[in-house]
Ligand binder design. Structure first.
Ligand code: CA
Length: 370
């Protein structure tokens, strides 16, 4: 019914206004008048997208450039987005401020990079022993997560949109075997977000190292271990040349969500069709990225194990149990001290408690050995 009404509105106004190069889509008279001013086919919007990824970074950075192409094509050339790698226009982790103050219009990255400003932000990327990529997408898109995320960023004039996911990650690269939780003591490991806090509880030292520096830091012994993404990307990073053992599963990041943050006033001032084009491109990038990682991870796991002879190891059960307990403590401390974290995690946990029983008898049951 709504579609029919919109369609009629579109045709009626289109017929009267197309000659003037403006077009209304739907709505009451006052809204229509406003949109007639707003939707101008002759105006081209040139926006800047900064990213937290090194320039020309495979999959994630590459995906941002693809997204800019999609937006350009979908908008008939009315919206052109220039994508910048981290450090090309601003330092890699300054996107939050740059978009907030309007210096650039959009930034692609991950919410947990902003944990220093917003302790609740990591809940929108990854929670140790939390939800996987499929569940995170379900929570954010259809389970109320997006609304909480938008509320959290609103005081900064930012609008977050889900815009990518690496899928399941690996546990990480180590130069020694992890046979008990004691083996994590004193270990200097590159591991960001809440996962890093969990490692610290186990006596390890979480290190913040940007993607471009991990290889050399591992090689020189500045760090003893690192987590990154999964077989495909890790292979491209060459970690198998500087670390001995490859551990699974990625208990700290089962399916981290990537985000596009937009300067909210600028985004809302865009013609409505361009806003929808940007949102649509985000969803496409979100889906493409997961498909790309899932499709390539199996192939590259095979390369790592069979061609490069990397020993693949599972964390022992007792290590997983200890890490899970430390994760509970970490989250409890955060939610006790930070009200927004408490609010977001309550919703997260509630969603998880409903979706997990379904996953048990669907995904998990399907993959059980028979
Ligand atoms: Ca990671």
């Amino acid at each position: 019914m709504q579609n029919k009404k919109n369609r009629r509105g579109f045709l009626r106004t289109g017929a009267s206004a197309a000659g003037a190069g403006v077009l209304a889509l739907s709505g009451c008279k006052s809204q229509r008048e406003e949109k007639e001013v707003n939707i101008n086919f002759n105006k081209t919007f040139r926006w800047k997208m900064t990213t937290t990824w090194p320039p020309n970074f495979p999959v994630v950075g590459e995906g941002c450039k693809m997204m800019a192409e999609w937006v350009k094509k979908m908008s008939g050339g009315r919206m052109e987005i220039t994508v910048y790698g981290g450090g090309e226009l601003i330092p890699a982790l300054e996107g939050f401020d740059a978009v907030s103050n309007g210096a650039v219009e959009m930034n692609h990255g991950a919410a947990y990079y902003w944990a220093g400003k917003l302790p609740a932000a990591p809940f929108f990327t990854a929670v140790p022993f939390g939800m996987n990529a499929q569940q995170m997408g379900a929570w954010i898109i259809s389970g109320g997560g997006a609304k909480l995320w938008e509320e959290l960023y609103a005081p900064y004039d930012l609008l977050p949109i889900i815009c990518g996911n690496t899928g399941s990650q690996m546990g990480g690269w180590f130069n020694k075997e992890i046979n008990s939780i004691e083996d994590l003591k004193g270990l200097k490991m590159r591991i960001p977000g809440l996962g890093g806090k969990v490692l610290a509880k186990a006596g390890g030292t979480p290190m913040l190292v940007s993607g471009g520096e991990i290889y050399t830091n591992l090689e020189r012994g500045v760090i003893d271990a690192t987590e990154w993404i999964g077989p495909y990307h890790d292979y491209k990073m060459g970690f198998h040349q500087v670390a001995k053992y490859y551990y699974y599963p990625g208990w700290h990041e089962q399916g981290p969500v990537l985000e596009l943050i937009l300067n909210k006033p600028k985004f809302l001032a865009l013609p409505e069709d361009l806003q929808e084009i940007v949102r649509t491109a985000c969803l496409r990038l979100n889906r493409w990225m997961m498909a790309e990682f899932d499709a390539k991870n199996g192939e590259y796991l095979n390369k790592l194990v069979h061609e490069e002879k990397v020993p693949l190891k599972a964390y022992p059960k007792e290590v997983m149990i200890a890490l899970k307990n430390y994760a509970k403590e970490t989250i409890a401390e955060l939610t006790e001290t930070d009200a927004p974290s408490r609010k977001v995690y309550t919703a997260f946990k509630e969603f998880q408690s409903v979706i997990n029983p379904w996953m048990e008898i669907s995904e998990k049951a399907f993959f059980q050995d028979i």
